[in-house]
Design a protein around this ligand. Sequence first.
Ligand code: PSU
Ligand code: MN
Length: 314
Amino acid sequence: MSWMNEFTISEEVHAALNEHRPVVALESTIISHGMPFPDNLAVAREVEHAVRSNGAVPATIAILNGKVCIGLESAALERFAQATNVMKCSRRDLPFAITQGINGATTVAATMILAEMAGIQVFATGGIGGVHRGAESTWDVSADLPEFAQTNVAVVSAGAKAILDLPKTLEYLETAGVPVIGYQTTEFPAFYSRTSGLPLTLSLNTTSEIAAFIHEKRRMNLSGGTIVANPIPAQFEITREKIEPAIEQAIAESVRAGVSGKELTPFLLKQMHSITGGNSQAANKELVLHNAKVAAQIAVDLAAIKKKHTFIAL
Ligand code: PSU
Ligand code: MN
């Protein structure tokens, strides 16, 4: 199996998976394209720490010199955070990065694929990709969305990025049969803000109920992922009224600069950073940390459910 030679699982993650201990996958596009160095490294380390201190093992996923890495050692994480030649990789790019032997950052879609291959069921990120505003003319819909229709990983996020068209994003997910579960909320969170005005039909108040949902979905052989929508903690929230003008300015800037395709999301995040004087990035960091914590708790609860069912089977 030559391909497996390109697939490296860190010792820590490998041991945890073997022993059925809780593991949380983490993506790497947010490190290479979501925040500048050295903030990106500091946040990546803090996120790993948040997973650990809530009882799970973090598995940051990235491609280093064509090798798929499930779990990055500290030095590798630092090199990756500093590298300037990293390709943003979604589903279609994975074979390219591997066969060309280059560095690749995995998006939510690509991280879901690799997590599933490695046997990791829970994944934490900031915000998922979605339907962009103006999609009726640009057709810009993130490859994250069709991924949720087919790859069975639960992704904890603070909703979809507010720079997107949230009503259309939710409609897409409904059509694709993707459960969107509000964690302690009945509204779809809007990344920087806790609310969007968009109601969710599924809402659960505890991580053990979410773990039970994930377990049951798997037992029923229902393919596709689950979105756990976890609002940013209130003390770090930027309200919709406050953030909306910055979003409109960032989008206007992207139209003026003619940015499209995979460059658009990183461009908008950078614009938001400079327009808000760093406030957007500070909020981004806090919501990722919170997602990591909740994802770890779900992974712990899921491991406990699986253990119980194994005993019953015996
Ligand atoms: N959320 C963040 N920062 C990011 C991203 C999400 O807080 O940088 C990345 C994720 O990797 C996501 C990607 O999958 O942006 C979506 O890009 P696109 O819209 O091109 O599909
Ligand atoms: Mn796109």
